[in-house]
Design a protein. Sequence first.
Length: 330
Amino acid sequence: MNEEATDETEAATVNSKGPQPEKAASGIGPLSPLRGKRPPAPVWFKSILTNEPESLCAGPQQAETLAWGEPGRQGILLVHGAGGHAHWWAAVASQLAASYRVATATVTGLGGGKSLEMYTTGQLTEELLAVCDVTGLASSGEPPLLIAHSFGGIVATGVVKRAPEAFRGLVLVDSSIRPDSHKPRSELKSKPRTYPDLETALARFRLKPPQDCDNLFLLDQVARASLKQVSDGWTWRFDPRFLTKTALDDPWPILAAPPCPLACVYGERSSLMTAERLAMQKSQMPTGTPFIAVPGAGHHLMLDQPLATLEVLKDLIRNWPASQPNGSDG
């Protein structure tokens, strides 16, 4: 990925040229000291692991799809960012499932699956609508809520424009949308890396943009799900050239006249959602759009502050979009 992509997306890769924490400078990530072993986890996380999701496939590319909760409840679709996958939201999704029907998917190219020649908003819309269909997210009689993180917000904004009746609202989660944020990045200068064994690959996993995250049990979970075994070792599942092969709808004008209610949730300490970027987005979105900060969270708020993120989303969903409060930094 090039330097611009490093600033705007997250990915499990060592090809960043952007500023990195001290450990990351040598290409070694926070899981390295574990030498491939799983880290200890708190009781709450162990308990949700017993709530295994349904494993399904959706759309023409058979996108990996996970679902929790009883069909017939209000539906929620959670979308990851660049380099993520269906498991990125798992710790939050499994707990939302106590009250909702929840699904996540590994978006083709953005997180895994077959590498395509081009990725378009039309193709990704078809895929996410197929996810809603196979998981029964609209079985309550109401359209599901769409919640999208980071670059996934750029994708999701185009999706709701193309399918305005399919979702009851869109929550952008630390999604730094700005003019031209949908345009393809310049071609990569480096090739995807392959590692000789799983331990080595896990040791190279790092969050992008870089941030502190003490929850090694969550980093380990998403790192393992980010990898695939190939003939000569292990490599990352996402298409490393995804951001150079996109033809996505421009989300910026859609924010000004959205086809469904919008809300924004962001990390209080996010390196992307700066005061300037927040002011820019607020000025572009309809008056009254909720803006809610997750206390103490960085860009990867579902990993570094999963329980706080869960509570913010639960509170938002309970009160929105039926009656939108005035926008505020909560």
